[in-house]
Design a protein. Structure first.
Length: 289
């Protein structure tokens, strides 16, 4: 699950509502295709735009992480200059890309890639930052760690950073933002349990698929449909799609666990799964019409 892969990562709200979870989750009908960067040891697909361009990252044979852009089967490797490792996880319809990199001293910073020009993104005063999603208005969301070691979400509009914290949480990460300024992510409560959330019109809403013991929301499209992952009572990991309160499972066939990381207006989903041997692969899923 991507939330666990950011090394030290991860608002004041106008109000908080709890999502209705009484709807029974259903099994979605998708056509799945495995997506692996050629010669990679592992691959994770994280975002997709309206053109079907896919962003993610992979680990090479030597164990080093690199970002990638997949444009209909043509892969481009992405590396922040002089970085020890690079992860690219978000893309908008102008092909602006966000993610994170680790410098030579082991510190993580956010990144923005505009047409091949990389810019470092750091929340002021943070010890670690990751930029995780960008919309067409160039607004960026992500997470940072403060000097006390606490994780907070953030929203960046232009040069202005706003801290985002789910009310009462011990940590918050903002994973996705769409063109309606809706934000999704995950928070940890006082009991140490992780829950997905959506933030719309100034209101935080907890978002847990039925039967989930923990959950995280990774992305959403302009329709407000949310994708993410959850753990069931048996400890199994599943992807999910929330279409206006209708939850469906997103499980790669035969996978040990699945994450649903990004979706576009066409309903295409990208993510990652672990096979029976514990190897991580990316995937691309199209809904069966």
């Amino acid at each position: 699950m991507r939330f666990c892969k950011y090394v030290v990562l991860v608002f004041a709200a106008m109000g908080t509502m709890v999502a209705n979870n009484f709807l029974k989750a259903q099994t979605a009908s998708f056509n799945f295709a495995q997506l692996d960067v050629p010669n990679s040891a592992s691959t994770e697909a994280d975002g997709i735009n309206t053109r079907g361009d896919i962003i993610g990252f992979f680990v090479d044979a030597s164990g080093k992480q690199h970002g990638f852009l997949d444009q209909h089967g043509t892969f481009t490797q992405l590396d922040f200059p002089k970085a020890a490792s690079t992860k690219t996880v978000g893309i908008n319809n102008e092909n602006e890309i966000v993610g994170a990199f680790t410098d030579a001293s082991g510190v993580q910073h956010g990144l923005l890639d505009r047409a091949g020009t990389f810019t470092q993104v750091d929340f002021p005063g943070s010890t670690s930052t990751a930029a995780l999603s960008i919309n067409d208005a160039h607004q960026i969301v992500g997470a940072f760690t403060d000097a006390a070691g606490h994780t907070h979400g953030f929203l960046k509009r232009g040069s202005v950073f706003t801290r985002l914290d789910f009310p009462g949480s011990t940590s918050t990460t903002a994973f996705g933002i769409n063109n309606r300024d809706e934000i999704v992510g995950a928070f940890t409560n006082a009991a140490g349990v992780q829950h997905a959330f959506v933030h719309r019109r100034g209101i935080f809403t907890q978002l847990d698929p039925p039967g989930a013991t923990s959950s995280v929301a990774f992305g959403l499209n302009v329709l407000g449909h949310v994708v993410g992952s959850f753990t069931d009572a048996a400890g199994n990991g599943h992807g999910f799609l929330d279409e206006d309160g209708r939850f469906v499972h997103v499980d790669f066939p035969g996978a040990a666990s699945t994450d649903a990381n990004g979706t576009n207006v066409e309903g295409f989903i990208v993510g990652d799964y672990f096979d029976a041997s514990g190897v991580e692969h990316g995937y691309f899923a199209t809904p069966r019409r």
